[in-house]
Design a binder for this molecule. Structure first.
Ligand SMILES: [Zn+2]
Length: 324
């Protein structure tokens, strides 16, 4: 090797070493401070933002974001944030108060913007004319307890998660154009993973006979999973955990379980399991495990990331629905 080439290689090495050192220092200092409302969103923000973001999560793992009471440190985190990412669709009923009390004036991104929202299914079957009148009257009362017209659990479908990710990339690009190519590249890579996740879920659920695909969960968190992947979910509680199921709700559910020959019951990581345990006793249906509905698990649990969560839920559901 001639000396000119040697020195060129050395120079290249030194320059790139200096560049990477300076970018490390810069990223520690210049990480974009993002506050996200719940753990599933935080995973999306982290995937897209990579090393360029510091993410603070308000409702953490196994937490119930429907009924959360913000704490003083949440207002502090929000006041220091450069970007706040929330689900939208009236999921975070406590959000407006928190934004106001924190004095936060920066961008607030609704990650679900642009998805096609499902209207709230108030948990009733409307395929039996005898029950129809009662159901409609009770459905109207139930809707008053809920905070919106639409089902907020849009992340329970992988194509919707791709929309969330795109919205988050756009928001980060608005904040820092110089790092936008990284955000776009991360979002695209992750979106490909979501596409293959979607295919896997479709294939897995699609292989189960349709008459085996009715299951019960604690609250109506799986409407989008249902419409995307073709499982019928019934639940004693509506799309919000804020209103408890009445004795009447439970009695009606037990009737539906028998009529529709439901195959399994599931508890949820964010909900008290006792109601589902009671229904299990009354119907003789087995509990198929805990589904992750509105929050991820801790790192050592079965659902520390969104993709893990969807795979875990799919595997539990399919195991329980397959004929024993
Ligand atoms: Zn929920």
């Amino acid at each position: 090797m001639n000396s000119k080439l040697k020195s060129a290689i050395l120079t290249t090495f030194l320059v790139s070493a200096a560049l990477s050192a300076s970018s490390e220092i810069a990223s520690a200092r210049d990480r974009i401070k993002v506050v996200s409302s719940f753990s599933i969103l935080s995973d999306f923000v982290q995937r897209v933002g990579g090393d360029h973001v510091d993410v603070v999560t308000i409702v953490g793992v196994d937490g119930d974001a429907h009924v959360y009471e913000p704490k003083p440190e949440d207002a502090k985190s929000m006041a220091a944030a450069q970007l706040v990412v929330v689900n939208g669709l009236a999921f975070e009923g406590w959000l407006d108060r928190l934004v106001e009390s924190s004095g936060y004036k920066g961008p607030l991104v609704k990650a679900s913007a642009g998805i096609k929202p499902n209207k709230i299914n108030n948990g009733h079957d409307h395929d039996n004319d005898d029950e129809k009148h009662n159901n409609q009257a009770e459905g109207a009362t139930k809707a008053v307890h809920d905070h919106g017209e639409f089902d907020p659990h849009a992340w329970q479908s992988a194509p919707n998660a791709q929309v969330y990710v795109k919205n988050i990339a756009n928001a980060l690009c608005e904040i820092d154009k110089s790092r936008c190519p990284d955000f776009r590249a991360n979002a695209e890579g992750y979106s490909k993973d979501l596409a293959s996740l979607h295919d896997t879920i479709k294939t897995t659920i699609g292989s189960i006979p349709k008459n085996r695909r009715t299951v019960i969960t604690s609250h109506d968190a799986f409407g989008y999973f249902s419409s995307t992947y073709g499982i019928k979910f019934l639940a004693p509680e509506s799309v919000s955990t804020a209103s408890e199921a009445s004795a009447k709700d439970v009695a009606r559910l037990i009737k539906q379980i028998r009529k529709r020959k439901a195959t399994a019951l599931f508890v949820e990581n964010i909900s008290d399991p006792r109601l589902i345990e009671q229904i299990s006793k009354e119907t003789g249906l087995k509990i198929g495990g805990a589904l992750y509905s509105d929050a991820l698990s801790a790192k050592n649990g079965p659902a520390p990331t969104y993709i893990d969560m969807m795979q875990h839920n799919t595997s539990l559901l399919s195991k329980a629905m397959v004929k024993p």
